[in-house]
Each structure stands twice: as structure tokens, then as C-alpha cells.
Design a binder for this molecule. Structure first.
Ligand code: SAH
Length: 266
């Protein structure tokens, strides 16, 4: 327990903090400040060591993500850890890759904490769906090539009680698509988009480990994307971008990926 813990003085605050997509330079100033002053850290996969190293030695740390070959910690256990820590620590950082409210269960955790009477604050982060394309120089919207963009999960088994994504509908309704967790279902997704009316020659890109050392990508027409991704052996975590915005790529504006490793749990 650290010197700043306040045992028995009622709940501290849990900060749901976005760690950004990997490059530590993309942490927000607020995330950095909270990491440097927290009493406890609860984190999952896809956060580089360099970011975790900001936490003081005195803070207690809890890993609740997925380890290679193991299941992730069940959500109720994570919720319980957060409530328990808030009972005895002043500042608890719940760190999540990218933005905590973008496909990260941040909303569920915030609601649980609120129900338990634990003060909770969200600190938005730079989401991978914007940063990974940007590190190739691809803008996710463009005045002439993309007035709308949809962030969508390609991992349809997250919650079987929910209807699957209506890919054919999206083909008609959104200029651009940014797909998280989409690699596994990519052949199906591309087929459905084409069946929904998207031109098979629509430009598309897939970016693995955007913003960090393992960054690799392919750019291909929609009809060829799944094959090219397979040929290049791209793996999770990857972001897929589909739409005319891919043709608006300005390669020279793409930053160098950071020289840090992304811990990959898969
Ligand atoms: N909250 C996160 C997303 C969590 S879901 C965010 O806002 O970015 C996890 C998925 O995010 C991965 O399967 C992958 O699709 C995407 N992802 C996260 N980090 C990534 C990175 N550095 N490069 C490419 N995709 C990434």
C-alpha cells in the first residue's frame, strides 16, 4: 500500500483512462499526470511497458487482461477489483488501450462503479481507429471523399444476445468504415459489404500494431483485401479502413512508429 492510500476513509475516485493506441507520445497530458500520481493501477493488454513505467513504485498494480493462451479476467472480477481498490486508495487508474469508451467496456465499468457509489471519471484517449490510419497518412474523413465514418466491431461474438452488425446496411449508409477486431471475420465482412452494394474496387487498408514497432499494413481493393491480409500474415491487433478516404492518403505526413513493443496477448 502506498503512503497516499487512505485506509478506511471512504471511496477514492476511479479514473477510466485511455492509454492511446501504443505510441507513448500519444498519451494525453491528463493520462500522464494521473499515471504519475495514482495509488493503484488496473490495466489490460495492449499497453506498452513504457506507459506502465510512469506509475510510481509505491502504487499497487493489477493486470486484468488476456495473457497468451489464457482467458481474460472475467468482467465481474475486474469490477470487484476496482470497487475494492476505491475503498482504500485515493486515486485508482483503470487504464485501457485507445479510448476507454470505444469497444473497451469502459461504459460497463463506469455504470457498475456508479451503481456501487464509487466516484468515477473518464479520461478520453486517442483511439486506434483514428491513430492507426493516421500513422499511414490516411484521414478517416475527407471533404471530398468521406463525409461520414462508422466505427464498427468485426467481432460479432462479443455478445450473442445482440443482433450481428448489418454490413449490407453499412455498405449503403456510411462513406467510410473503420473496423476494430475485424481480422478474423474479414472474408465474411468484405463479402457482405460487396453484397450490400459496395464497389469491389473500393480502396481499403489494414494496419497491424499501428503507431508502434510492429506496425505493418496492406492497402488493397475491397475484393482483394482478405487475401492480401492473409498473404501478408497480418495479425491482431489490426484496424481495417474501407472507403475512398484510403485514396486520400498523404504518405509523407505519416509519423514514424514509436520504438516500443506492444504486448500482444493473442
Ligand atoms: N479502446 C480501444 C479499442 C479496444 S478493442 C481503442 O479505442 O483503440 C481492441 C481492438 O482495437 C483490436 O482488436 C484492434 O482492432 C484495435 N487496436 C487497438 N490498438 C491497436 C493498434 N495499435 N493498431 C491497430 N489496431 C489496434
Amino acid at each position: 500500500m502506498s503512503a497516499t492510500n487512505l485506509p478506511g476513509t471512504g471511496p477514492g475516485t476511479v479514473y477510466l483512462v485511455g492509454a492511446g493506441p501504443g505510441d507513448p507520445d500519444l498519451l494525453t497530458v491528463k493520462a500522464q499526470r494521473l499515471l504519475q500520481q495514482c495509488d493503484a493501477l488496473v490495466y489490460d493488454s495492449l499497453v506498452p511497458r513504457e506507459v506502465l513505467a510512469l506509475v510510481p513504485d509505491t502504487a499497487e498494480t493489477h493486470f486484468v487482461g488476456k495473457r497468451r493462451g489464457h482467458h481474460s479476467v472475467p468482467q465481474p472480477s475486474t469490477n470487484a477489483v476496482l470497487v475494492e481498490l476505491a475503498g482504500r486508495c485515493r486515486c485508482v487508474v483503470r487504464l485501457k488501450g485507445g479510448d476507454p469508451f470505444v469497444f473497451g467496456r469502459g461504459g460497463e465499468e463506469a455504470a457498475h462503479l456508479e451503481r456501487q457509489g464509487v466516484p468515477v471519471q473518464v479520461v478520453p484517449g486517442v483511439t486506434a481507429g483514428i491513430a492507426a490510419p493516421a500513422y499511414l497518412g490516411i484521414p478517416v474523413t475527407h471533404r471530398r471523399a468521406g463525409s461520414s465514418v462508422t466505427f464498427v466491431t468485426g467481432h460479432e461474438e462479443i455478445d450473442k444476445a445482440r443482433p450481428g452488425v448489418d454490413w449490407r446496411g453499412l455498405a449503403r449508409s456510411s462513406d467510410g468504415l473503420v473496423i476494430y477486431m475485424g481480422l478474423h471475420n474479414l472474408p465474411h465482412i468484405c463479402e457482405e459489404l460487396i453484397a450490400g452494394g459496395l464497389d469491389p474496387s473500393t480502396p481499403a487498408a489494414a494496419v497491424q500494431q499501428g503507431t508502434v514497432r510492429g506496425q505493418r499494413w496492406v492497402i488493397a481493393e475491397l475484393a482483394q483485401l482478405a487475401v492480401e491480409v492473409c498473404r501478408a500474415e497480418l495479425a491482431s491487433p489490426s484496424i481495417v479502413v474501407i472507403g475512398e478516404v484510403v485514396n486520400q492518403r498523404v504518405a509523407s505526413c505519416a509519423p514514424e512508429p514509436a520504438a516500443v513493443e506492444m504486448p500482444i496477448p493473442f
